[in-house]
Write a new protein. Structure first.
Length: 230
């Protein structure tokens, strides 16, 4: 089983632990093998700003794999599933499918459950429409925890493309592989005026229209300011 929100790196760990294939081979194949015959991947093109070309399209689901499989066969099975599960099923005006997937991947990491996903999606859509940075902590965690440990050479080369405290809009690619609920939320956000949100340790979410309201919510929830949206 590949859960919602798993990264390519985590998928590699799980497959390696079960003898399906080596993690290093999976990561290398994900970037070196030509998967462009899958329409979702073919539309992406190659980008030097994107750390893993397939991130976001390895659809979370239960799969049947075998020990000692070729990495391209493992990835192909997951991409084939994404073709039917994602395909053209999720759209939002002015956004490409890849942008919807990227946004869904952040929502997947920010929300503790489906109930909050559409509200969080509205915050991000509102910030994008207002020309504000997303300032989503999971984009930093992704680079630090799931990208840099697998890199050689300049391990900081993707920072500015994924860190949404620095990037002007969406990251260069997805930061995990989102499930159906997050994809639906990205394409169908609630209608709100919220520009900020934060969550306390108990899992309560606080939404605000202004920075002053946001700061009041942080105080109310006992939330450390450095770990929340500014």
């Amino acid at each position: 089983m590949i859960p919602e929100g798993f990264t390519l790196s985590q998928i590699g760990d799980r497959l390696a632990a079960n003898g399906v294939c080596k993690k290093k081979d999976l990561l290398n194949t994900a970037n070196s093998f030509d998967f462009s015959y899958y329409s979702l991947i073919g539309k992406l093109g190659l980008s030097t700003k994107r750390c893993y070309q397939l991130e976001g399209y390895l659809f979370p689901d239960t799969y049947e794999f075998y020990t000692g499989m070729k990495p391209q066969d493992v990835l192909g099975k997951m991409l084939k599933n994404a073709e039917s599960k994602i395909g053209s099923n999720y759209s939002y005006s002015g956004m490409s499918t890849d942008q919807v997937v990227a946004l869904a991947s952040i929502i997947e990491k920010e929300a503790s459950g489906a109930a909050e996903m559409k509200k969080i999606s509205s915050v991000f859509h509102n910030r994008l429409n207002a020309g504000m940075r997303l300032q989503a902590d999971p984009t930093i965690i992704y680079i630090e925890k799931y990208v840099k440990p697998n890199l050689s050479g300049d391990i900081n080369r993707y920072n500015s493309y994924y860190n949404t405290y620095k990037a002007s809009a969406l990251p260069a690619g997805a930061i995990c592989n989102p499930g159906k609920a997050a994809l639906s939320a990205a394409a169908n956000p609630d209608s709100t005026d919220y520009l900020y949100f934060a969550a306390d340790k108990a899992g309560n979410y606080y939404y605000a229209k202004t920075l002053d309201e946001h700061k009041a919510n942080l105080a109310k929830g006992g939330i450390i300011e450095g770990g929340s949206m500014q």
